[in-house]
Design a protein around this ligand. Structure first.
Ligand code: HEC
Length: 130
């Protein structure tokens, strides 16, 4: 075979590789975009229920044990006589006592995963029907 023919074949093979490589990377990009998109959506969906925990949910999870029956003198849920003197201190004081602890009231009612907003929502629930 002549040298010119070898060179011609080489060029064809190289061209084929180049086209193939281009197709591969397009596919790879599509594949890479797909999982990123679905992870993002899945993450948003998974985060929603945690953020949507209502004051009632927090109360039932972390406060009901003491605040339903008034254990250790805890103000009972939606009991106006129990809550009136406490709310007289101002809501911010009551909230800070619940977050930081106050006598037999443990910090955050021992709910380490509860945010300040969760605690606030739980107090609002416990005082919503006064
Ligand atoms: C282990 C029992 C216990 C748990 C659990 C508990 N509390 Fe209490 N809580 C108490 C007691 C006891 C008091 C009364 C403390 C006092 O006045 O000496 C109290 C008082 C409070 C007060 C009134 C504070 C004030 O300034 O008068 C708030 C608000 C409060 N708790 C919120 C919560 C919230 C919100 C939760 C759940 C996230 C919770 N507590 C869980 C026992 C508990």
């Amino acid at each position: 075979m002549k040298l010119k023919t070898w060179l011609g074949m080489g060029a064809v093979v190289l061209a084929a590789f180049a086209v193939n490589a281009q197709e591969m990377s397009d596919e790879a990009i599509k594949e890479r975009i797909k999982p990123v998109g679905s992870v993002h959506v899945a993450g948003a969906a998974a985060a929603a229920p945690a953020g949507a925990m209502s004051g009632e949910d927090v109360y039932n999870k972390a406060c009901v044990a003491c605040h339903a029956a008034g254990v250790l003198g805890a103000p009972r849920v939606n009991n106006a006589a129990d809550w009136a003197p406490r709310l007289d201190q101002g809501f911010d004081t009551v909230l800070s006592h619940a977050i930081n602890g106050f006598n037999a009231m443990p910090p955050r009612g021992t709910c380490a995963s509860c945010s300040d907003d969760d605690i606030k929502a739980a107090i609002e629930y416990m005082t919503s029907e006064l």
